[in-house]
Design a protein around this ligand. Structure first.
Ligand code: HEM
Length: 439
């Protein structure tokens, strides 16, 4: 990793000893970054907990780094903090090895597999959803996180809904996620990292024991599909590879969709005109099954989803590490430098989106198509080789949820709209309290 001296020519704000800019960025990450861009330009350095990072801002930088035609930017190096809990997952692999494993993973995302997940999800979602109260305030953010986690037990792992194993597995997943965000990065007893490592080991043992049966019998869940997955040349995964890839997959799927749904629900409650538009869209589907055909007609819901992802992206920053020296916008940046891309800030830039802080899903309508102002203007799912492999699945999940919700209910805020914490992962401060009113 380059020293401070090697980055001396890169501009940036003065840093406090040891903690650098950590507290300032944690307090108001977007506001601080927008101010740094204004003061220092689209290339500046910051220090987070002792690690120097060069921030490359704007859609051009996203395109250069994510398309990475020269194998210059390592995702494994960038996401180094995840390595203890999620070793060997796709995000922690680069270049040829990554491409080879991604081809195998694609098998679990083919259209027929997604159709099976949809069928499994529709029944489980209705069952879980029925336990939510009507006409009574509750914290939607906590409830949707719980629902997606429990749904995950069925859809991702093929476990009976809410069985004792699903509960232990879900606890282990949460321990892993807390560990991946922890400041103390060593598994010192009783710290989040220690719990996360125990969770990781529990999940590995549990799922290793299931592999032979799933390989023999298959199943309509992600884990079974990953046990059977093969690329076009017939290459599949060893047991360890399955466990590594599956572990990262459930982490990548977990908080992201729940966050997007929370932002959508808050936006619908705050913009009754949009809520009525989606209620009509859902009513237009009739009482028929929510199949591909029906979900394909939910264009307005899709635009609300896209707008929610723009305003509060579940993955607000994307890290990489330079594998060699490179040059960008007048600066020589040495090999080993940690790079930060900030899609969250880019998507709020007036350079690409009109009135960028306003909730305006029509900006994605074909006659405006603001997301096309630059190929990398709208990037909540990243881009290039590591672009989110779950993008279509999460869109499907969101549409199913919205259709299930708005067929029977209208949403209202039960209190003031919350402030959103942006980093390291977004969440509404104090929760998101709503009531569901039967239609
Ligand atoms: C709204 C929901 C989601 C958002 C916003 C999101 C966002 C992202 C982003 C930004 C990346 C790229 C990170 C990088 O380049 O460093 C990514 C990668 C990934 N996502 Fe998602 N994600 C979502 C849902 C999902 C779901 C539901 C799944 C699984 C079913 C999933 C699985 C993955 C995997 C496995 C990767 C790594 C891909 C690779 O390295 O090749 N994601 N996601």
């Amino acid at each position: 990793m380059p020293t401070k001296a090697a980055l001396a020519h890169i501009p940036g704000p003065p840093a406090l000893p040891l903690i650098g800019h950590t507290l300032t960025i944690a307090r108001d990450s977007y506001g601080t970054q927008q101010e740094y861009i204004r003061q220092y330009g689209p290339v500046y350095k910051t220090n987070m907990l002792g690690v120097w990072r060069v921030n490359l801002c704007g859609a051009d930088a996203m395109e250069r780094v994510l398309l990475d035609r020269e194998n210059l930017f390592s995702s494994e190096g960038g996401w180094d903090a995840l390595k203890r809990i999620y070793p060997g997952g796709l995000l922690l692999q680069d270049f040829d090895a990554h491409r080879a494993n991604r081809r195998i993973m694609q098998a679990a995302f083919r259209a027929s597999a997604i159709r099976d997940y949809r069928l499994r999800m529709t029944g489980a979602m209705a069952e879980l959803f029925a336990s939510w109260p009507a006409n009574q305030a509750f914290d939607f953010y906590a409830a949707i996180k719980d629902l997606t986690l429990r749904l995950g037990g069925a859809v991702f792992m093929g476990l009976p809904l809410d069985g004792p194993l699903a509960k232990r597995v879900n606890q282990a997943i949460q321990d892993e996620i807390r560990a991946s965000l922890a400041v103390i990065r060593w598994p010192i007893p009783l710290t989040p990292m220690w719990r996360g490592v125990r969770g990781r080991d529990f999940l590995r043992e549990t799922f290793r024991a299931l592999i032979p049966e799933r390989r023999a019998k298959g199943g309509d869940d992600f884990f079974s599909q990953m046990c059977l997955a093969r690329d076009e040349d017939g290459r599949g995964w060893t047991e360890d590879e399955i466990l590594n890839q599956f572990n990262l997959l459930i982490m990548a799927a977990h908080d992201t969709t729940a966050t997007a749904l929370s932002v959508m629900v808050e936006a619908l409650a705050s913009h009754p005109d949009w809520q009525e538009r989606l209620i009509s869209e859902v009513a237009g589907l009739g009482e028929s099954a929510l199949d591909d055909d029906a979900l394909g007609k939910m264009g307005q819901t899709n635009n609300v989803f896209r707008e929610a992802l723009r305003l509060v992206p579940p993955v607000p920053f994307i890290p990489r590490q330079a594998t060699r020296d490179f040059h960008w916008r007048g600066y020589d940046i040495p090999a080993g430098t940690s790079i930060a891309l900030n899609p969250g800030v880019t998507m709020l830039s007036p350079e690409y989106f009109s009135d960028p802080t306003a909730f305006d899903p029509d900006r994605f309508a074909p006659h405006r198509a603001e997301d096309k102002s630059h190929k990398f203007a709208w990037t909540p799912f990243g881009g290039g080789a590591h672009k989110c492999i779950g993008m279509h699945f999460s869109t499907l999940q969101v549409k199913l949820f919205v259709a299930t919700l708005l067929r029977k209910h209208r949403v209202q805020l039960a209190g003031p709209a919350p402030q959103w914490q942006r980093m390291p992962i977004p969440k509404p401060k104090g929760g998101l309290h709503i009531t569901l009113q039967p239609l």
